[in-house]
Design a binder for this molecule. Sequence first.
Ligand SMILES: [Zn+2]
Ligand SMILES: [Zn+2]
Length: 160
Amino acid sequence: MRIDLSELSRSPGKSRDCSIRYERKAIDIGGTKYPVINAGDACFTLSCPQKGVCNLEGRYELEAMSQCDRCLKDVPVKLSVEISESFNAEETPEVDADELLDREFLIEWPAKVLCDPECKGICQICGKNLNDGSCGCGEIPADLRMAAVLDLFNSQKKEV
Ligand SMILES: [Zn+2]
Ligand SMILES: [Zn+2]
């Protein structure tokens, strides 16, 4: 979404409301795309403190779908970013609101996404989600399982 600054920048002391909507379908965080599930209109204020300069101020909230780092369950991530930027209208007669928000979302994106701080993750052996209950894999030490396989092998040998 583009915001035209050229007209307002010629009216020092004036300001106007500016409705902003993030128009991308997904946000890109370091090459990974997270689908936007909730992005509304936000009312920003565009003002001209002096000739040729425009300030854009407001808060934008968005929800994107991510995954739990441990169990891979879908987890919505809510972002709330504050924009307070000043533009030289001669260099930037038009502002791309999506680009401006992209930059803020990148800063605001959580380093770790968990469905629950206590998430138990998934079993490395059978892939079961351990939040749904124990799978039993962790209860049998690996060397005991190997011993069971050897027992089977030996008993088969005796029969031959
Ligand atoms: Zn989880
Ligand atoms: Zn398991």
